[in-house]
Ligand binder design. Structure first.
Ligand code: SF4
Ligand code: MSK
Length: 635
């Protein structure tokens, strides 16, 4: 049965979304919100995790009420169904981030070999720091040789099955490593971990749900401590370690008189280059020739965060705004790479003049213009794409353009390095001031709010409400992904937002000149948060991650990547708040293991998942958790 239709104002707190949903309706365009309503209630079997399609004797589905059938044809019960489904999702999420990182490692290798004219090592300092941390000598070697060695080292972390992950040695406290050793979840080579999990989830393999869940924790740890972590390190080496940078957010950043190009997806490789190539005289002249005043870039999802942090490119919006960007009738081209790209974009674009240009050979979007990107011919391909967008400007129907007014200022580009330098100064870079402020209670705790949009919750509300409430309580908020875009749009990422913070946090923001809600990057950059946790431990705040007054939040969790991220934070000792439960409630055992205070995750890792879709209640819980951690630390 179709769900009751909500009004645009009930669907999103963002006025641009409300405005453009009304326009979409008039234009006969259906959006993610319409499709969610049309879908009606989700299949209860899928929701409970009681459906299995792992072999062709099935699909099998079990009784929702604990009656018969209680086993699939092969004999698998609810514990097996749910834990196996979850493990597969975590493996898929891990593969997405890790494939992204591996691709970047090859890009660094080939750039350092001189094979990619459009790419070079941009941040030598980051490269040197990276080499020093992983034990690669630099004396007597030129930058490219070091780059090659670092790249090859990273590639081995992904591709060598039993590779010891270097960041587990350099960034994980000993106590945490011991926990992982004791429970056999020390992560090793990234690609093999995904293969291993997929093998374990085939018919006739692991049927012990605890073993299955622990294995999925281990696989997610390869993501956090290698797959995504290397993606971040290498992006910084290739494109520059971000520093504080101003930008703007929301669909109001689109221009009425320039050619608007939206870059969407997750990778920085093509998007960074497009922005550079668009500066060329030839391209600028072509744009003027068609009557435009220039080229305006704006980003959606994590590609947006990548180019915002390094080039100050505006954020057009988050996951739920990708279709609505087209509804403005002001977008000449949407250039997509990988992940979080709605397959429906070409259909939405067919109502308007926008060209959807699909660039990753791994993510061909049906119905889009396919221009496969490869780094060897990067500049040539960037020219081709820009010319398509320029040429399409003549097809814009100016009379139909509706660009919402809303846009807000923001400051992004806070990495663990910047936090270090900002707090300690260039010559005494250190986390001590942050740790001292936490000990003194001026900062009550640190919470990462990350993740997506999900039609089960009102768009952006949880991100904004939770961040607002936490900073009021002197909690420093660090953010990535679509969540960062949500609070940027709400105006929480400017230094002036310190006025909304409690006295202690406000004082720190004033002294340092940072906003109370700091943007630390894209989804793979959640690893910057892991590194910040390590620095807090290394600077004496606690002995171990699970003692820190910190938490993770992703109430609008949507993708399999979010499941993997949530897992690696929990396995690292950080309790994670989500708004949509894992699809496991068909098994009380698996539920207990993931969520309960006396469940195995809590017992083993000192952290667990808490599902609380109500932002206010989630905040209360988070503050109580931080309070208890502070008390245990006697601060
Ligand atoms: Fe059914 Fe077992 Fe096959 Fe799953 S693996 S579809 S439960 S027979
Ligand atoms: S883009 S994974 S919707 S945060 Fe990283 Fe946004 Fe979630 Fe995609």
């Amino acid at each position: 049965m179709a769900k009751e239709r909500k009004t645009p104002k009930e669907l999103s707190i963002d006025p641009t979304v409300v405005e453009l949903l009304e326009k979409a309706q008039k234009d006969g365009v259906s959006t993610v919100f319409d499709r969610a309503a049309a879908m009606g209630s989700s299949c209860p079997y899928g929701l409970a995790g009681l459906c299995c399609r792992h072999c062709s004797m099935g699909p099998c589905r079990l009784s929702l009420k604990g009656g018969e059938p209680s086993r699939g044809v092969c004999g698998a019960n609810a514990d097996v169904f749910t834990s196996r489904n979850l493990a597969r999702a975590v493996a898929a999420g891990t593969s997405a981030h890790s494939d992204h990182g591996l691709h970047l490692a090859y890009t660094l290798l080939h750039a350092a070999e001189g094979k990619l004219p459009a790419y070079e090592i941009n941040d030598e300092k980051k490269l040197m720091n990276c080499a020093a941390e992983i034990g690669i000598g630099t004396e007597g070697k030129d930058v490219n040789q070091i780059g090659r060695e670092v790249a090859q080292f990273a590639i081995d972390q992904y591709e060598r099955s039993h590779a010891d992950l270097v960041y587990v040695k350099t960034r994980v406290p000993e106590k945490r490593r011991k926990i992982w050793e004791e429970h056999n979840v020390v992560p090793h080579g990234v690609c093999a971990a995904v293969v291993d999990t997929l093998h374990r989830t085939t018919i006739g393999m692991t049927s012990d749900y605890k073993s299955m869940i622990l294995n999925s924790m281990k696989t997610s740890l390869t993501n956090g401590w290698a797959g995504s972590m290397w993606a971040t390190e290498i992006s910084d080496i290739l494109f520059g370690c971000p520093g504080p940078i101003r930008g703007e957010a929301n669909l109001g950043v689109l221009s009425e008189d320039k050619i608007n190009i939206i870059i969407h997806g997750h990778e920085p490789t093509l998007s960074n280059l497009l922005v550079d190539v668009a500066e060329e005289k030839e391209i600028q002249e072509l744009a003027q020739k068609v009557g435009a005043k220039g080229i305006n870039f704006a980003g959606i999802c994590c590609t947006a965060n990548e180019v915002l942090m390094r080039k100050g490119v505006s954020l057009a919006g988050n996951f739920f705004q990708q279709e609505l960007a087209l509804v403005t009738v002001a977008v000449e081209a949407m250039v997509v790479d990988v992940q979080c790209i709605m397959p429906v974009l070409p259909e939405v674009a067919s109502h308007y003049h926008t060209k959807i240009i699909s660039t990753s050979p791994k993510a061909d979007i049906g119905g889009a213009d396919i221009i496969h990107f490869d780094e060897e011919h990067a500049t040539e391909i960037a020219h081709k794409i820009l010319k398509i967008a320029i040429d399409n400007y003549k097809n814009r129907d100016a009379a139909k353009v509706q660009i919402p007014k809303n846009k807000t200022d923001l400051v992004a580009g806070f990495t663990h390095e910047t936090i270090n330098y900002m707090l300690g100064g260039n010559f005494r870079a250190s986390y001590h001031p942050l740790v001292d402020a936490i000990k003194a209670g001026r900062i009550f705790g640190v919470v990462g709010i990350v993740g997506c949009n999900n039609t089960r919750l009102k768009h952006d509300q949880s991100h904004v409400d939770i961040a607002t409430e936490l900073i009021k309580n002197n909690v420093l908020v660090v953010q990535t992904g679509c969540s960062a875009i949500a609070t940027a749009k709400a105006g929480l990422m400017v230094p002036e937002a310190k006025g909304k913070a409690g006295e202690g946090l406000k004082e720190i923001c004033e002294a340092v000149g940072c906003p109370p809600v700091v943007h630390v990057g894209s989804c793979v950059d959640n690893t910057r948060i892991l590194k910040a946790c390590y620095e807090m431990v290394a600077h004496g705040l606690a002995e171990e991650f699970d003692e820190l007054p910190v938490a993770g939040v992703a109430l609008e969790n949507m993708s399999e990547k979010a499941l993997s991220i949530g897992n690696y934070f929990v396995a690292s000792g950080v309790t994670v708040y989500i708004g949509t439960k894992h699809q496991v409630n068909g098994s009380p055992n698996v539920e207990k293991m993931l969520y309960h205070e006396d469940g195995d995750l809590q017992k083993i890792f000192g952290a667990r998942f808490v599902c609380e879709p109500d932002p206010q209640k989630a905040v209360e819980h988070i503050l109580a958790l931080i309070k208890s951690k502070r008390e245990a630390l006697k601060i």
